[in-house]
Every structure is written in structure tokens, then in C-alpha cells.
Design a protein around this ligand. Structure first.
Ligand code: APR
Ligand code: PHB
Length: 402
């Protein structure tokens, strides 16, 4: 078995792992990133791309924001559609000038991989059988099979990385969270009784801003990846089979749920991708066990309605890099000890907002008549209250980091 050493072993090369590795590098801290998928797979992932101002600022600060600033779309508002009316939530007016950036997650991944490799980063793609050891020691270890650093080596070579710390950035289905003992970890979860059927098409977006619609047939969202590539979602039953949905069926249903003027101008086209994703709210506490620190989707999942997933991962990484930098600079573990609580304070506010936004915009199959009327009243209140719109806007653009 081959043995190597680094300061921080990072599992996962999604936004959390890539961002962590790059910011640590800028702080003079070494890391190795282990990613089970190929680089092409990581750079092709199709996921939401709404970046909070803080995320945009950080990408620019670390020198990975050039393409985002050229190709990203600045958005100053969203349209909430309900009860036959449209209500625009105007972010700058309600938040003292803040807005969001539409920029696809796979582009964030591409830009971070490019920046990290250009700065000499060590990212091991197609790393298999990743496992974690000695979390309670000061030298935790990660083992994996895959191409060693000499490509000629056997693909099945086992390598062991001895670290000071391990960062679990391997998403909801990763191995890191599983390394926290059952008697230690606490799980909080809400699985929603519906999913999102999403379609990607090379057609111009139906509207220049996102449209969230609460329709009697179910929720729909009109969003985009660029001015020539659109993304649309329909609420469907949680067990819906995507093979039951031809492109034509999708477009016909979407037109029934979105505003009539949008339906009349909607440009349809062949799907580049079509899939059903489940919706869940999920938090694992604590985000730290011994020398293991969870960041991003490995620790928490939000329903995509609030567009918080990527931004929460970024916030965790900010906190973790600050804590690790303090440790290596002064030997203090105070920020490492406070990492989990600091992340969770933000995570739970984003969980509450995403849960609230989902309850406000979706039709729940088992909703009581009272609940449906209360939902309609909340939407009407939102339409008529600057205070309600401010609350939505300040959460959507991203709460201040504390
Ligand atoms: N070994 C190595 N890598 C792994 C393993 C494993 N056992 N399991 C998962 N991974 C990799 C995945 O292939 C993926 O590239 O970890 C990465 C996790 O990335 P994400 O799932 O994107 O999670 P994160 O970086 O926290 O970003 C959160 O991305 O998934 C979206 O909606 C989510 O927007 C949110 C953001
Ligand atoms: C997306 O562009 O995929 C997207 C945007 C906003 C959301 C969810 C998804 O709330």
C-alpha cells in the first residue's frame, strides 16, 4: 500500500470540496481532493445555479469568477404567480441593493477545477472505495483505490493518505456522514410528498426572470442556464416515472400552469435532459466528529425551492477555512470547536426558508381545506405587504454571514 501525507484530506470534488481546497491553498494549507467520479462527470452535473451575492463575491475574491462575471446573469427579482396574478419581488429595493446571479453549478465546478489545477492542486478523480480511519487520533487517514500519482500504476493500487483533518464534502450519498457513530449523530428530516420533474432545453427562457407558480394543478418553475438554454420544473408525485413524460406532455402541462402570456410565447424544443428529483429537508448534527468536518450536502439537504443548496455549501466552507487557518496560524482550536454550531445557525435559517417557500408554492395532496385557504391567504398577504416581501427577499439573496 502506498502512503502519502497532507494537511487536509478532502472527500468530494463538488462545489464544497473544490472551493475548500482552493481557499486552503490560498491560505498556504495543503490538501488532496478525492473524487469518485470522472472530471467530465463532475463538470457535466446538472443542478441549480442561483448564486447569492456572497457566493459571487467569494468566487471573485479567490480568482475563479472571471467566466461567471462574463456569462452569469444578474437577476434583480423573481415573479411569484398565484391565484391568476403575478407579484414581482424586487430584490434591490427590499434588501438595500442586493441581487443574485444565475450561473449553472457545473460551470462553478468547471471554474473551480480549472483554478485549483492551475494552482498546482491535487485532485484524484475516479478514486474508488474511499474509507476513513482513526478519526479520534491526531492523524486521521483516508484509503482509496485508483490511479496513483504515477498514472502507470495499477488502477487498483490502494493508497493511504495520512492527514491532520478530513473534510467530508461528498454530498448526501457520500461516506463521510456514515463515519460519525450512530450514537453520536442526530438526523432531522422531512421528505415531501412530491418531486420535481425537470427539463433542460436549448430554447430561450420564457421570461428574463424566474417564475415560481402555485397552480391548482401543482407547482411550476421557469428558470434558465443562459439566454439560450432554459430549465423548467413541474411538481409531480414523489414516485413519478420520468419515462411517462414525453417532451410534448411536459410542454403541454407547463403551459397549463404558467401565466397565459408566458404560455403563449413559450418556445419549446427537444429535451437535453429530463429527470425527477425527490424533495427533502435534511440536517445531520453535529457537523464535526473528532478530526472529521462535514461541509455542504454531506451534512444538509434543502428542497430546491429556495435555491439555497450551493450557497449553504459555500457558507460551510467559509467557516471551515477560517477555522483551519486559525489552527495552522496560532494552534488555536476554538474556531474548529465552534464550527458545527456556527454552520448550523445558518443552515437552520436556510432550512426554514426553503421549507416555508416550498409550503407556500406547492399543492400538498393531503392538505386540509383549511390549509389550502391559509396558503392562499399567505400568498395574498405577501402580495400586499412590503414586510412580507422583504422577509422573502432577504432570505432569497442570502442572509449576512455571522
Ligand atoms: N468518494 C469520493 N467522492 C464522492 C463519494 C465517495 N464515496 N461520494 C460522493 N462523492 C462526490 C460526488 O461524486 C460529488 O462530486 O462528492 C461530490 C459531492 O458534491 P455535491 O453533491 O455537489 O455536494 P456539495 O459539494 O456539498 O455541493 C452542494 O451541490 O449537489 C448540489 O444541490 C447541491 O447545490 C448543492 C451543492
Ligand atoms: C435552477 O435554475 O435549476 C433553479 C433555480 C431556482 C430554484 C431551483 C432551481 O429555486
Amino acid at each position: 500500500m502506498k502512503s502519502i501525507r497532507t494537511q487536509v484530506g478532502i472527500i468530494g470534488a463538488g462545489p464544497a470540496g473544490l472551493l475548500l481546497s482552493h481557499i486552503l491553498h490560498l491560505q498556504g494549507i495543503e490538501s488532496i481532493v478525492l473524487e469518485k467520479s470522472s472530471r467530465n462527470t463532475v463538470e457535466a452535473i446538472i443542478k441549480a445555479g442561483v448564486l447569492e451575492q456572497g457566493t459571487v463575491d467569494l468566487m471573485n475574491q479567490i480568482g475563479a469568477g472571471d467566466r461567471m462575471m462574463k456569462e452569469g446573469l444578474a437577476h434583480e427579482g423573481i415573479i411569484m404567480r398565484f391565484d391568476g396574478r403575478d407579484e414581482r419581488i424586487h430584490f434591490p429595493e427590499l434588501t438595500g441593493g442586493k441581487s443574485v446571479m444565475i450561473y449553472a453549478q457545473h460551470d462553478v465546478n468547471k471554474d473551480l477545477i480549472k483554478a485549483r489545477l492551475a494552482s498546482g492542486g491535487d485532485i484524484r478523480f475516479e478514486a474508488r472505495d474511499v474509507s476513513i480511519y482513526d478519526l479520534d487520533s491526531s492523524t486521521p487517514k483516508i484509503r482509496f483505490r485508483g490511479k496513483g500519482d504515477e498514472p502507470s500504476k495499477e488502477a487498483d493500487e490502494v493508497t493511504e493518505i495520512t492527514c491532520d483533518f478530513i473534510a467530508g464534502c461528498d454530498g448526501f450519498h457520500g461516506v463521510s456522514r456514515q463515519a460519525i457513530p450512530q450514537e453520536v449523530i442526530r438526523i432531522y428530516e422531512r421528505v415531501y410528498p412530491f418531486g420535481w420533474l425537470g427539463i433542460l432545453s436549448d430554447t430561450p427562457p420564457v421570461n428574463h426572470e424566474l417564475i415560481y407558480t402555485n397552480h391548482e394543478r401543482g407547482f411550476a418553475l421557469c428558470t434558465m442556464r443562459s439566454t439560450t438554454r432554459s430549465r423548467y420544473y413541474l411538481q409531480v408525485p414523489a414516485d413519478e416515472d420520468v419515462s411517462d413524460w414525453s417532451d410534448d406532455r411536459f410542454w403541454t402541462e407547463l403551459k397549463r400552469r404558467i401565466p397565459p402570456d408566458a404560455a403563449a410565447t413559450l418556445q419549446t424544443g427537444p429535451s437535453l435532459e429530463k429527470s425527477v428529483a425527490p424533495l427533502r429537508s435534511f440536517v445531520a448534527e453535529p457537523l464535526r466528529h473528532g478530526r472529521l468536518f462535514l461541509a455542504g450536502d454531506s451534512a444538509h439537504i434543502v428542497p430546491p425551492t429556495g435555491a439555497k443548496g450551493l450557497n449553504l455549501a459555500v457558507a460551510d466552507v467559509r467557516f471551515l477555512t477560517e477555522a483551519l487557518a486559525a489552527f495552522y496560524k496560532s494552534g488555536s482550536s476554538d474556531q474548529l470547536d465552534g464550527y458545527s454550531d456556527r454552520c448550523l445557525a445558518r443552515v437552520w435559517k436556510a432550512q426554514r426558508f426553503s421549507w416555508w417557500m416550498t409550503n407556500l408554492t406547492h399543492r400538498f395532496p393531503e392538505a386540509l381545506p383549511f390549509e389550502r385557504r391559509a396558503q392562499a391567504a399567505e400568498l395574498a398577504y405577501l402580495a400586499g405587504s412590503q414586510a412580507a416581501q422583504t422577509a422573502l427577499a432577504e432570505n432569497y439573496v442570502g442572509l449576512p454571514l455571522v
